[in-house]
Each structure stands twice: as C-alpha cells, then as structure tokens.
Write a protein that binds this ligand. Structure first.
Ligand code: ATP
Ligand code: MG
Length: 418
C-alpha cells in the first residue's frame, strides 16, 4: 500500500480523556476512531490487525474440529425470557413495528441452544462444537480505554454440546489447548486462571489474563502459579505455593471458558435420546475470546515511548518502506523500484511515499510499529545501501541496494526463527 493513498490519519497528541497506553496509541497511530461512548470504528490499518487476530482464532478453532457458523445479533426475546436473562441490565431491548419484543444479543448461548434443541435428536448427533465470530451489543455501565470495554464489539464465541460430563471435559481440554495456541501465536504474555462462574452459571471456569498496566482485573502471580485475586487468599508479598513471592499485577481478561453443564439446555429443552431411548439433557460448555482486547493487550505489552511494537503475527504490515526523497528525485526512483520488488515477492509492505519531511515520516513509522523499517535516502544511495531498522530491538542494518528486498525478507525470517 502507498501511504499517500491510504486512510491512515496519525496524530501528535492523544485524545484528552485517554489514560490507557493502548487507547492513546491506537488513536494516534490511526487504527481506530471514536463514534460515540463505547463505540469505535476500526480504520483500515486497525482492521488489518483485527482480521489477523480473527484468522488465527479461526484456524485454531477449525484445527480442533470446531465448526464456524453465523447467528444474528437481532433476536427474539423469548429464549432470553426462558433462561431468565431477559432482565439483564446490559441488554439492549427493542420492539419491531408489530410490537414484538426483540433484543440485541450480548452473547449467543440462547440462540445456539435453541438451534441444538431443534436439531439434535439422539446420542448419535453428539458431540458438537460450533463457533462464530460475531458482533455483541452490551450497554456497559462504564465503557472505557478505547476498545478494551466497548458497547459494541466482536467476540469469538464457541459452544460445545456433549452427552455427559466426560464429553464436556474433553471439549473443555480441546478449547483450552486452542486458547493457548491462539494467545501464543498472537505474541501475548498470558496466564490461565481459575475464575468465578458468575452470571453464566455452571460448574467450572477459567479466564485468560494478559498482564499489563491498563488491566481492570488483578492476578496473583508467583513462579508456577497464577490466580485471579477474586478466588485466592494470597496477597502481595506472600510466599508462593510453588516457591518465590506473590506479586499482584493488573491484567486484561482476553478470554474465558466455562463448563455450563445444563444451565441453558434445560430451560431451552435441548435434550437427546440415549442408547436406551431415554431422554437426557445435553451437557454444554462455552468459550469466549475478544479479538479487540487481544489487539489492545498486545499493544500494552509491547509498546515503548516511541509507539507501538507489534508482535510479528499482528502487525498491519511487515515492512514500512520510507522514501526520504520527493517525487521526481533519483532516490525516489530507487524507492519506487524497491517497493515494486517487495510487492512482487508477496511481502506486506506499507510504502511511505508522501511528500513530507523525514522527521515526520520516521516518527510516524515508529508510532505505527511495523516490525521492519526500510529507509531509502540520499546518503545510503550514495553508498549503494538502504537502511533497515528492526522496530523491536532497534538493531540497524545496511542492506545492499541491488538485493535490498531479498535482504529485508531474510531479516524478517531470521526474526521468525528466534
Ligand atoms: P468482563 O468481565 O471484562 O466484563 P465478561 O466476563 O463480560 O468480561 P464475556 O461475556 O465472557 O466477558 O465475553 C468473552 C470475552 O469477550 C471477554 O473475555 C473479552 O475478551 C470480550 N469482551 C467482553 N466484554 C467486552 C467489552 N465490553 N468490550 C470488548 N470486549 C469485551
Ligand atoms: Mg462483562
């Protein structure tokens, strides 16, 4: 992409009301813009990042045999009345022109269980694991911190349906493994902690916590040990259960998994006929993860004073190519050629071809935080080189002009191999 043609509005200053580093940086780097309280638009660069997270999630769900589908956000109120959740204050409610009550889904247990109740007849139809990546609407009492707590957001929510507790246990372990791979691939530091079952009901639950300053939750950490502060008596400075000392740190909840049991299948009549022809309630689990929170947590954990430092897998572009010359100058021609070769080789490259000063271009590149910055300038060209800088380490390299594209790609690959 040519930056001169890209909708990537950067800002020198963060929004006045922003406290979280991710909030400030996402706005300044031109990833997101606010439309209303807790309502955010993903601009093109931010949308690229969010889609990368969604792709990783999708791949890991499919790898454990979880099937993707899509359910509506606009839903009849009836299933929510049946499960006793129609009264939840965070739920947006409305009526259609005939006066029928509708809701905007804040999660999808009710709708998926409705379908399973309709379609699943016998033990032969089970087990089932289904997911979708869909918009959720919640009238949060306190939207905050950019995309960390919004009133509309996308969630990957998966649901498992089994004959018995043993089946649920198996599905839960599969999801747990997939969550570990998702968060590792997204480059996060994270902990799986036991949690309260809360409003979801059910028999067991874990949360996935990414430690960082903007976190609203708190986790107790010690070597080989992590717990939600709500479910442990351990306090800062206590001896850790496996040695060391307990430290309490703020963390973002990026995902959670629940053993729901029959909390939703019973009220919604989701049953199956077992081998003996007797009717049994289906045993259910649910597994949620927030792509926007993964993006924000990655920024919180990686950023430095100059801007975002993306994990490789999430970066909107792998390379930001910066031309320091103006259109028509010789050095510009060299940059144009390098851009063409990089594109032909399939590299994800953002090309800063704007007619702006070098200072502004280099500052913007650091703010956006692509893993490798390649600068084509007069001084380098005179020596027959371009300058490459790794965003994460600051390591600088001179790449020979005649094979700059190959050398740049090799640098990225070397980083991958670490
Ligand atoms: P929290 O305790 O932070 O309110 P939750 O328990 O309500 O989260 P779930 O309903 O289980 O969260 O949703 C699953 C995932 O969806 C969360 O782990 C989080 O990543 C994401 N999520 C939940 N609420 C929001 C929100 N308001 N804005 C952005 N992401 C959210
Ligand atoms: Mg909540």
């Amino acid at each position: 992409m040519r930056l001169s043609e890209t909708f990537l509005p950067t800002l020198k200053d963060p929004p006045a009301d922003a406290e979280a580093a991710s909030h400030k940086l996402m706005v300044r780097a031109g990833l997101i813009r606010q439309l209303g309280a807790g309502l955010w638009t993903w601009l093109p660069a931010g949308w690229r990042v969010l889609r990368k997270v969604e792709t990783i999630i999708r791949e890991e769900m499919e790898a454990i045999g979880c099937q993707e589908m899509l359910m509506p956000v606009l839903q009849p109120a009836e299933p929510w009345q049946k499960t006793g959740r129609y009264g939840i204050e965070e739920m947006f409610k409305l009526e259609d022109r005939k006066g029928s009550p509708l809701v905007l889904a804040m999660t999808h247990e009710e709708s998926i269980t409705h379908h399973v109740a309709q379609e699943v007849r016998s033990y032969r139809d089970l087990p089932l694991m289904l997911f979708h990546i869909q918009t959720k609407e919640r009238d949060e009492p306190r939207p905050r911190a950019g995309v960390l707590r919004t009133r509309e957001f996308t969630m990957k929510d998966a649901y498992s349906f089994d004959r018995d507790e043993q089946g649920l246990e198996r599905a839960y372990e599969l999801q747990s493994g997939a969550y570990a791979r998702i968060l590792d691939r997204c480059g996060l530091r994270w902990h799986r902690v036991e949690s309260d079952v809360g409003m979801m009901g059910g028999s067991g639950a874990h949360e996935y916590m990414a430690p960082c300053a903007a976190g609203e939750d708190a986790v107790a950490l010690a070597p080989g040990f992590a717990a939600n502060v709500d479910v442990t008596d351990l306090r800062e400075g206590d001896p850790g259960p496996e040695g060391g000392t307990v430290e309490i740190v703020p963390a973002i909840e990026v995902g959670n998994i629940f053993k729901l049991g029959t909390r939703y299948t019973e009220p919604l009549g989701a049953t199956y006929l077992d081998e003996h022809g007797s009717e049994q309630p289906i045993v259910m689990g649910c597994y949620g993860i927030g792509p926007a929170r993964i993006v924000a947590a990655a920024i919180e954990q990686g950023a430095d004073e100059r801007g975002i430092v993306w994990p490789r897998a999430l970066a909107p572009w792998q390379i930001e190519l910066v031309s320091l010359a103006k259109a028509g100058e010789d050095e510009r021609k060299a940059a144009d050629e390098l851009y063409a070769v990089l594109r032909e080789s399939g590299a994800e490259v953002l090309y800063d071809d704007r007619d702006r000063g070098p200072g502004e271009k280099l500052t913007d590149a650091e703010l956006l935080g692509c893993p490798l910055r390649v600068v084509v300038g007069r001084r380098g060209i005179a020596k027959g080189v371009v300058e490459a800088t790794e965003r994460a380490t600051g390591a600088e390299h001179e790449l020979p002009l005649e094979n700059a594209a190959g050398a740049a790609l090799a640098l990225l690959q070397a980083e991958d191999g670490e």
